[in-house]
Design a protein around this ligand. Structure first.
Ligand code: A3P
Length: 320
């Protein structure tokens, strides 16, 4: 089946496409009716993803990009694998916990995993799967088989600034931060629209198989609480000693220096050693990089999008 889509040929989208040439995932088309922005190549994979078999013991981590996906994945993988630090240190996270949508974004660069969908289809159970797709583009069986899904969100201002640095690292983005942030609030980046993404998972809260977390909960409040709630959700227990080790393993410093999660080999390969995937890991780091004018645009956009929603975060705590 051919899905309906719109080519993104407005000025902001064109500028974004020109600013990330010869690299991963230019924002080229908007799939309908979700409005999810993807590169045109994704059309070759969309149906295969929708038709994929889902297993009851799969564990899915879903998010909008840059919201703490990797951090959550590493925590979930440890909890789901007998807290095996040796296992976690012997294989890169992207092979332990593959990214379903990856081939649809960047097919020519998947040397280790030439087809992320087949790779996942051939994994033994239990599988650990990452995706940035909104629910309507995920496998249909996900909402019939109901495996465990953990969704993590983050203040969009921090996610947007982090996404800018991500685009500079992986997408050879040459535009300015302001142009990038404008495209973010105009919902013109890959996996946009941000709030529709968050709210479509937020609607699933309360389902037994869905857990919702946030970057802020993990960072600002208490990682040990998020660890406990995630372990309870997965039906896993750990000792006090293991808790100390897990928290140390998941600390910003450890993750930043851990080659199994920080992509340092890929970063070396592309000659960008001056940049990092695990960058600052801050809450409200946006304040150092975003102009007050753009911050105000984010606030107006957020207020509009959350108008009818009971989504609690950010409006009171992080926006004003
Ligand atoms: P920054 O770019 O703001 O530093 P994702 O995995 O969804 O791509 O998210 C990446 C963001 O999570 C990056 O944010 C990264 O630094 C942050 N991150 C990853 N591990 C972290 C940790 N252990 N503690 C704090 N932040 C972490």
């Amino acid at each position: 089946m051919v899905v309906d889509y719109q080519v993104m040929d407005d000025d902001v989208s064109r500028r974004m496409q020109e600013s990330c040439k010869n690299a991963m995932a230019p924002p080229e088309i908007k799939l309908l009716p979700s409005n999810c922005v993807v590169p045109a190549n994704f059309l070759n994979y969309e149906q295969r993803i929708r038709d994929m078999d889902v297993r009851p013991d799969d564990v899915w981590v879903c998010s909008f990009p840059k919201c703490g996906t990797t951090w959550t994945q590493e925590m979930v993988w440890l909890l789901g694998n007998n807290i095996s630090f040796s296992g976690a240190k012997s294989l890169e996270l992207y092979k332990r916990f593959p990214f379903l949508d990856f081939t649809g974004l960047w097919p020519e660069n998947c040397t280790d995993i030439p087809d992320s969908i087949s790779f996942i289809e051939n994994l033994p159970s239990p599988r650990f799967i990452k995706s940035h797709l909104p629910p309507s583009l995920l496998p249909k069986q996900l909402f019939i088989v109901n495996p465990k899904i953990i969704y993590v969100h983050r203040n969009p201002k921090d996610a947007a600034v982090s996404y800018f640095h991500h685009f500079q690292l992986w997408n050879n983005y040459t535009g300015t931060l302001d142009e990038f942030l404008e495209a973010f609030v105009e919902d013109k980046l890959v996996f946009s629209p941000f709030w529709e993404h968050v709210l479509s998972f937020w609607e699933l809260k309360g389902r037994e198989n869905v857990l919702i977390s946030s970057f802020e909960e993990m960072k600002h409040q208490d990682l040990s609480k998020v660890l406990k709630k995630t372990a309870d959700f997965l039906g896993v227990t750990y000792t006090e000693e293991q808790e100390i080790e897990i928290l140390d393993h998941l600390s910003f410093k450890s993750m930043k220096n851990n080659p199994m999660v920080n992509f340092e080999n890929d970063i070396k390969e592309i000659g960008k050693e001056n940049m990092a995937f695990i960058r600052n890991g801050e809450v409200e780091g946006w304040k150092k990089e975003m102009t007050p004018e753009i911050a105000e645009k984010f606030d107006i956009w957020t207020k509009e999008k959350l108008n009818e929603s009971d989504f609690p975060s950010y409006l009171n705590k992080h926006i004003n």
